[in-house]
Design a protein around this ligand. Structure first.
Ligand code: NAD
Length: 502
């Protein structure tokens, strides 16, 4: 029985105040490690709530836009400090709402802290260029200018990191924000918005509306005043979001699914590769967009590697992420659990060899939770669905290959292109792979996960629409260029025409 009534009820944050949803409806968020524990009740908002939040953002926009960027940055810097002070408490909340182990939820909060401090520095940069004119006595320069209201839609697997990746750059550029977090992990966004507010972000500059995708996310995308739409989630939903944004000619960045591969060549440090593969395949219970769901191993070491991987994955301690001994937490929700189980059946039917796991875990302390055993399929071939489709769970497909050429062919032979990795001692092969892997991120002798906030993050092919989050690249999503020409010649000078006389 869920402890429905004892759980705290949360509200939307609109125009600087916590407000009940106009729908009067709430969604229950359950702890995936203990489905009998309700983490809280969260608004099930509708279009009217979204309209109110967008209006609040529109109203706050002129003042925030005109606040000097270094002043905006000071407020954000304070928010970073508050996140740091509350890191442990926020990590605990996050583990309770979506399950990943404390070590990782602490990392998630840390990523928000890193992003906040990094972008606070941008407050005193936001550099444009000054450049010579083709004409005399004329000056050319560029500025980044804000765009207006940003509608931000985020998934549950990085519940504070991803909201920060979007809102902090949006804010430093001078935009106002309406954030719609995933229904499976809204508490981390409540904590994040609290930190921003306490740091002094003015009323209306950051707004939070919670609810389901179709009811609350879609109206945010469709609202004519959200001139920026930034979405992270599945490729299927991303296509819809992108289509609507395109119809209205909005700035739109889409960060979508992945089917990431690690290549292990014969000459690799096998112990290092093993550690990396375990971390990338089973960290966050395989529910990362950058998770390694394929391991492509050269035949000379395939047998040995598979044996060691199976042994080590079988030893992973599965349980409640709040227990510091736990190495892999639960799956986020029942639907995801069913999806994973169905892919295991698909893998078996396709002829892949199930080497480990493939089943739900319900014994002892796991009885009330949504646990799935670390799962390894061997003898996987490139066209199998388990080698092509994103499963988003602790399931890894191990594929034998002849050498680098074939490994690259397998790695690149999917519709996604987020992250990739190669383990080899040969710098020539490593550099060739780094160049030829068709992904936005490539690692050498490190796993597919481990992005840092000051570098661009994003992918090719069906992983997105060509934008990047993080790093300075993200500023292009949240600002537009204004080009200014100053002619101090006192005469009409015509570009491309009067240049001939010089
Ligand atoms: P999802 O697409 O189901 O949901 C993502 C968000 O979109 C949620 O907030 C949801 O409520 C909202 N949404 C759903 N339908 C909508 C609609 N019609 N209009 C507007 N919003 C809508 O994805 P998820 O299950 O939360 O997350 C898992 C997916 O996210 C995986 O595919 C994963 O690879 C991807 N992901 C990508 C990255 C990246 O940076 N590339 C990072 C993390 C996760």
């Amino acid at each position: 029985m869920a402890t429905f009534n004892a759980a705290p009820t949360h509200r939307n944050f609109i125009a600087g105040e916590w407000r009940d949803p106009l729908t009067g409806e709430y969604l229950e968020s359950l702890n995936p490690a203990h489905q009998d524990e309700t983490v809280g009740l969260f608004p099930r908002s509708g279009k009217e709530d979204v309209d109110a939040a967008v209006n609040a953002a529109l109203e706050a926009y002129p003042r925030w836009r005109d606040t000097p960027a270094p002043r905006r940055a000071e407020i954000l810097f304070r928010a970073g400090q508050l996140l740091l002070e509350n890191k442990d408490a926020f990590a605990q909340d996050m583990t309770r709402e979506m399950g990943k182990v404390l070590l990782e939820t602490r990392g998630d909060v840390q990523e928000a802290i890193d992003m906040t401090f990094f972008m606070a520095g941008e407050g005193r940069r936001l550099y444009g260029v000054t450049t010579p004119s083709e004409l005399p006595n004329k000056l050319c320069l560029t500025f980044r200018v804000p765009i207006g209201v940003a509608g931000l839609i985020t998934p549950w697997n990085f519940p504070m990191a991803i909201p920060s990746w979007k809102s902090i750059p949006a804010l430093i550029c001078g935009n106002c924000v309406v954030l719609k977090p995933a229904e499976d992990a809204p508490l981390s966004s409540v904590n994040f918005v609290n930190a921003l507010t306490e740091a002094g972000v003015p009323a209306g500059v950051v707004n939070l509306v919670m609810g389901e995708g179709a009811e609350c996310g879609a109206p945010l995308v469709a609202h004519p005043a959200t001139r920026i739409v930034s979405f992270t989630g599945s490729t299927a939903v991303g296509r819809e979001v992108g289509a609507e944004a395109a119809r209205q000619l909005k700035h739109c960045n889409l960060e979508l699914g992945g089917k990431n591969a690690i290549i292990v060549l014969d000459d690799a440090n096998l112990e290092l590769a093993l550690e990396g593969c375990l971390w990338a395949a089973f960290g966050t219970t395989g529910q990362r967009c950058t998770a390694a769901s394929r391991i492509i191993v050269q035949k000379g070491v395939y047998g040995k590697f598979l044996e060691r991987l199976t042994e080590r994955a079988g030893e992973l301690r599965v349980g409640d992420g709040l227990d510091p001994r736990t190495q892999m937490g639960p799956v986020v929700n029942r639907q995801q659990l069913d999806t994973i189980a169905s892919y295991v059946e698909i893998g078996k039917q396709e002829g892949a060899k199930l080497r480990l796991g493939g089943r739900r875990m319900t014994g002892g302390d796991l009885a009330q939770g949504l646990f799935f055993a670390p799962t390894i399929f061997a003898e996987v071939t490139p066209n199998m669905r388990i080698a092509q489709e994103e499963i988003f769970g602790p399931v890894v497909a191990v594929m034998p290959c002849d050498g680098l050429e074939q490994a690259l062919e397998f790695a690149n032979g999917v519709a996604y292109g987020l992250s990739s990795a190669i383990y080899t001692a040969d710098v020539n092969r490593a550099m060739r792979a780094a160049r030829e892997l068709q992904t936005g991120i490539a690692y050498v002798n490190a796993p597919t996960i481990g992005a840092e906030v000051h570098l661009p993050f994003g992918g090719t092919k069906n992983t997105g629409n060509g934008h990047r989050e993080s790093g300075l690249a993200t500023l292009d999503v949240y600002s537009e260029w204004k080009t200014v020409y100053v002619d101090y010649s006192g005469a009409l000078q015509r570009a491309q025409i009067d240049t001939e006389e010089l």
